[in-house]
Ligand binder design. Structure first.
Ligand SMILES: [Fe+2]
Length: 226
């Protein structure tokens, strides 16, 4: 068995299609998370600048391709995830094609910058390029720790109709939250998985507590033929 084999999520295909997102308890075990945390911290130390998507005092983000996971020593721990059969089968079912790929894995650690910002990706939006993403919390994410947030189904449907009908704002697709009951902020224990289609209205969580959020994200999509 792979060190990082994931919980079977194939039962959730319909739910993700229906609601745009799904929280999965214990997508990884506590032991897997501890091991991933250790290896991620090591990768943050060893990775070259070119692997960093973001590197500030408050946010560190590494991006890793399958090729890099196979060939770079300190990224090898991600190989199992790129080859995770259960995960890949979910993605194939979801998109209804065998031609899918895990385009990148992101490793990110975020902490409180001391100021609340109101810009993308911390505003509700939906993405121009469609991906199915699987986010895994490697540390506890409680209130104030910046859990990813979604518009609930009913509001999401309405928002997308409105936004898509107004051609002039299609570039950004940003909306203001006027009612907290219309959104769902995902909090959870280490190992919690969040599957979401980027066509659901969503926003990245900002850390407002003293905890350092550590997240692994797997981006998948139908293969782009070259
Ligand atoms: Fe986004």
């Amino acid at each position: 068995m792979n060190m990082y084999s994931t919980k079977n999520i194939n039962n959730f295909v319909d739910e993700v299609r229906e609601n745009g997102y799904k929280k999965v308890e214990s997508f990884l075990t506590t032991e897997q998370c501890l091991e991933l945390e250790k290896n991620t911290i090591k990768a943050f130390k060893k990775a070259k600048e070119k692997h960093y998507h973001t590197k500030t005092d408050f946010v560190k983000v590494l991006t890793v391709s399958q090729d890099e996971a196979e060939n770079i020593k300190y990224f090898k721990f991600l190989k199992d995830l790129f080859n995770d059969e259960s995960l890949i089968s979910f993605v194939k079912n979801y998109f209804g094609t065998d031609d899918v790929e895990i385009s990148k894995i992101f490793l990110s650690e975020s902490s409180n910058s001391g100021e609340k910002v109101d810009v993308l990706p911390y505003k509700l939006h939906f993405d121009k390029t469609r991906y199915l993403k699987i986010m895994i919390y490697l540390r506890d994410v409680g209130n104030g720790d910046g859990g990813i947030t979604f518009a609930k189904k009913e509001w999401n449907t309405k928002l997308q109709e409105d936004l898509l009908s107004k051609q002039e704002i299609q570039e950004e697709n940003v909306v203001e939250v006027d009612d907290l009951s219309k959104i769902d902020e995902i909090i959870g224990k280490p190992g919690t998985g969040v599957i979401f289609d980027t066509n659901i209205t969503h926003k990245a969580g900002q850390v407002l507590s003293d905890n350092k959020r550590l997240v692994l994200r797997i981006d998948t999509r139908p293969k782009i033929n070259s």
